[in-house]
Design a binder for this molecule. Structure first.
Ligand SMILES: NC(=O)c1ccc[n+]([C@@H]2O[C@H](COP(=O)([O-])OP(=O)(O)OC[C@H]3O[C@@H](n4cnc5c(N)ncnc54)[C@H](OP(=O)(O)O)[C@@H]3O)[C@@H](O)[C@H]2O)c1
Length: 300
């Protein structure tokens, strides 16, 4: 039995490869498999014959997607459809990682797995279309796991950015009108590995699941928590509205996700975001220091 992970060079992919249990894992980064190449996708699955494919490959630059919608679509929708079709041909389970940005954000309570989507930006539209492709092409073998606000070692992310800014800035301005669920890539990776095993065992029904840490907080609140964990004064984090911040892509004001579906799979949902962050924090700090040292030695 083996797993095949696409986008294995990315932040989540790297975490996941470590968590696929003792089974054989084929880890393919973009150079190993470009998912926009349908023939290469089919050949990889025919060759490796995995029992489970986890698609961590994606165009993840939300703001750049507004400038390059065709390129984002090619990776996120065409690429995912290529995988889904190959999985159908070879009767392989596919776990597709999706996003909270498929929602509009008008809700004020956590989104149910089956709530209607209504993305506000190009990236969200591509992720919603990719979800439909997986569910339509693979009604019996397709799993969509929505993630959000991911952070972890070895990838650009908000928590790491705040660790850096605390050292270099007197104060930072962070949006306080978007609420969501910061999610540790390590927790999500473990959950995906569990879901893949349950899917193989036939104990997890196919469909949509929400792979986020529980609870909810604004970006401003998350930045304050990072400052507190650094032993810094959290009042140095100043609230600002998204309008004032002016990013090209609109974001949902509220995108917390409900976790009810996990009960059907016999898998507990992820812990509270604050507990996860507290466990992750020393590792993130250490990685931040190490990356700084590496940058320094490259410069010298
Ligand atoms: N990060 C978040 O906050 C967040 C939130 C919600 C959902 N998600 C979802 O979580 C998943 C993993 O995201 P991540 O945070 O790990 O992102 P990431 O670090 O940007 O990883 C994505 C990986 O996909 C690769 N890739 C891009 N185009 C590809 C192609 N045509 N073929 C194969 N690989 C390709 C990238 O390679 P290159 O670096 O070489 O381009 C990169 O290694 C994605 O589905 C994303 O949409 C992420």
């Amino acid at each position: 039995m083996s797993w095949l992970v696409t986008g294995a060079g990315g932040m989540l992919g790297r975490h996941l490869v470590r968590h696929c249990g003792d089974e054989h894992v084929v880890a393919l980064d973009r150079r190993g498999l470009d998912i926009t190449n349908a023939d290469a996708v089919d050949a990889a699955i025919a060759h490796h014959r995995p029992r489970v494919v986890v698609n961590c490959a994606a165009w993840t630059a939300t703001d750049d997607a507004e400038k390059h919608p065709d390129r984002a679509w090619r990776v996120n929708v065409t690429g995912t459809r290529n995988l889904a079709r190959a999985c159908r041909r070879h009767r392989t389970i596919l776990l597709q990682v999706s996003s909270d940005y498929v929602f509009s954000g008008i809700s004020r309570s956590p989104y149910h797995e089956d709530a209607p989507t209504g993305p506000l930006n190009t990236y969200g539209r591509t992720k919603a279309a990719a979800e439909s492709a997986v569910l339509n092409v693979l009604p019996d073998l397709g799993y969509v796991v929505r993630a959000a606000w991911l952070y972890g070692v070895g990838g650009r992310n908000f928590v790491d950015t705040m660790i850096g800014l605390e050292r270099t800035r007197e104060s930072v301005r962070v949006v306080n009108d978007q609420t969501g669920q910061p999610t540790w890539a390590e927790d999500l990776a473990r959950l995906l590995a569990r879901l893949g095993s349950a899917a193989q065992a036939g104990t997890a029904p196919p469909g949509i699941y929400h792979g986020t840490n529980s609870g909810e907080i604004s970006w401003h609140g998350l930045a304050q928590e990072v400052f507190r964990l650094l032993g810094a004064d959290s009042s140095r984090v100043l609230p600002i509205g998204s309008g004032e911040f002016g990013l090209p892509a609109a974001r949902p004001a509220y995108s917390a996700l409900g976790h009810g579906r996990w009960a059907r799979a016999g898998i507990p949902p992820l812990r509270h975001w604050r507990s996860a962050l507290h466990v992750a924090f020393p590792l993130l700090q250490e990685a931040h220091v190490q990356e700084g040292k590496t940058r320094e030695s490259i410069r010298n």
